[in-house]
Design a protein around this ligand. Sequence first.
Ligand code: MN
Length: 245
Amino acid sequence: MDFHCHLDLYPNAREVYKEACRRNAFTWLVTTSPKAFEATSRILGSSSNVLITPGLHPEIAHERFGELDLLLKQIATVRAVGEVGLDGSSRFRATYEVQHKVFSAVVARCEELGGRTLSIHSRQAVTYVLAELSMHPRFGTAVLHWFSGTAAELKAADAQGCWFSVGPAMFNSKSGRALAARLPRDRVVPESDGPFAQLGGKPIMPWSMPETARYLAEAWSVPIDNAMHVLENNSLRLLDLMQLS
Ligand code: MN
């Protein structure tokens, strides 16, 4: 299973897609723009175990703002949305205004349509993401991907019922490992975030769940089998919430 993957952006996307279909019961392919969603849906096509969703990544929100209306239309046709979110890091602070317009419109739209599951980017913007979600209490289900906030922000996100998608790259840093130890264990699912996320100079692949389980087992001080079972069990519950099982 993989709940956050940019499968369309691997150099050999068709092969990775085939392999993901063979090895994974479920792969969530998040796109970064509405037009990329259209192109990827056309070229790769959804299958019963690869879900392709429309998004508008906060890092390119200012370049693709013109596609917001298209995104809002696409959301009516899907069960899940991503990648969307906010990025408050210094590199993207200048575009925060437009990022916020996009994210706010997306969350409101999800609520209007009766709820969607969102794969959310929240780098240095967790508080703002949570504030936006709480303004639209019926938006659906939030899956915070590669969470990198503070311990207090993690607590707040947990209290709001957020899920967390976690991949091997999170364990590259000491702070990532410390956060992993504190995740609510009943709301953690695996992700790769490949090909952006890398380990040892190589992109992480969509079938990296056993690696994630190994790292989590260490963070939680439990046997690997136990961590694997937790990830599997959580994944099935989230798919159920997404009405995909
Ligand atoms: Mn991503």
